[in-house]
Write a protein that binds this ligand. Structure first.
Ligand code: 5GP
Length: 218
C-alpha cells in the first residue's frame, strides 16, 4: 500500500487511504463523491457489485456492476469481496481486486458504502481506513431531495426514509460526521479531511529515512 509522493507536499512515500463516504441516500453523498474524484487525480473510485435493478441513467460498470443473485453468491464464495452486505433488500459488495490494483498503482480509494461496509472494511484494514458520515440538515430536506430526484417509486422513497433514521443511528462508527447543508462547503470539508489524513504521521512510511538523514547531517 505504499504510495508515490506526487500528492504529498513533502514528497514522502506513504500508505494509501481507504476513504469511506456513507450517508442516508439523498444526503448528497454522490455529488460530493463526484466532485472529490474530479478534484483529486490520485483518488480512484471503488465500483461496487449489486443485485439491485439498474435505475434509469445508471451505467453498468460505472455506477455499479449489476449482477444477478447467482453471480453475487459465486463472488462471495470465491472471496472476491472485501466486504458485502444486505441493503434495502438487495446485496451490495466491494470487489477486492480493483481496490488492490488502485492501491498498488499509488492511488487512494473512495468507497460509497453503508455503515456495515465501513465496519467490515475497518476490521480488515484498520488504520488505513478513514470513515466519513454525511448527514442531511433535516429529515424534511432529505425527503424533499429524494422526491425531487424522481428516480424511485413513492414506496421506495418511503422505505428509504424509514431506513434513514436507522442509518443515522450508526453515526458513532465514523471518524468524521458532517452536515450537508451546503454542498460546496461540505465538499471542502471532505477534501480537507482527505488532505489531512494523507499527511498523518502513521501513513508517512518515507518519513523515517528523511528523519535519519536530518539527524546524521550534522
Ligand atoms: P443505492 O441503491 O441507493 O445506490 O445504494 C444504497 C446503499 O448501499 C447506499 O447507502 C450505499 O452507500 C450502499 N452501498 C453501495 N455499495 C455498497 C457496497 O459495496 N457495500 C456496502 N456495504 N454498501 C454499499
Amino acid at each position: 500500500m505504499a504510495h508515490g509522493p506526487e500528492d504529498d507536499p513533502h514528497k514522502f512515500r506513504r500508505r494509501g487511504v481507504l476513504f469511506v463516504l456513507s450517508s442516508p441516500s439523498g444526503a448528497g453523498k454522490s455529488t460530493i463523491a463526484r466532485k472529490l474524484l474530479e478534484a483529486e487525480p490520485t483518488l480512484g473510485m471503488s465500483v461496487s457489485a449489486t443485485t439491485r435493478p439498474m435505475r434509469p441513467g445508471e451505467v453498468d460498470g460505472k455506477d455499479y456492476h449489476f449482477v444477478d443473485l447467482e453471480r453475487f453468491r459465486d463472488m462471495v464464495s470465491d472471496h472476491e469481496f472485501l466486504e458485502w452486505a444486505h441493503v434495502f433488500g438487495h446485496r451490495y459488495g466491494t470487489p477486492r481486486a480493483p481496490v488492490d490494483a488502485m492501491l498498488h498503482s499509488g492511488q487512494d480509494v473512495l468507497f460509497d458504502i453503508d455503515w456495515q461496509g465501513a465496519q467490515q472494511l475497518f476490521q480488515i484494514a484498520g488504520g488505513d481506513v478513514v470513515r466519513v458520515f454525511i448527514l442531511p440538515p433535516s429529515m424534511e430536506e432529505l425527503h424533499r431531495r429524494l422526491t425531487s430526484r424522481a428516480t424511485d417509486a413513492p414506496e421506495v422513497i418511503d422505505a428509504r426514509m424509514a431506513r434513514a433514521a436507522a442509518e443515522v443511528s450508526h453515526w458513532d462508527g465514523y471518524d468524521y460526521v458532517l452536515v450537508n447543508d451546503n454542498v460546496d462547503r461540505c465538499f471542502e470539508c471532505v477534501r480537507t479531511i482527505l488532505a489531512a489524513e494523507r499527511l498523518k504521521r502513521s501513513r508517512q512510511t518515507g518519513l523515517i529515512g528523511f528523519i535519519r538523514g536530518l539527524m546524521t547531517a550534522t
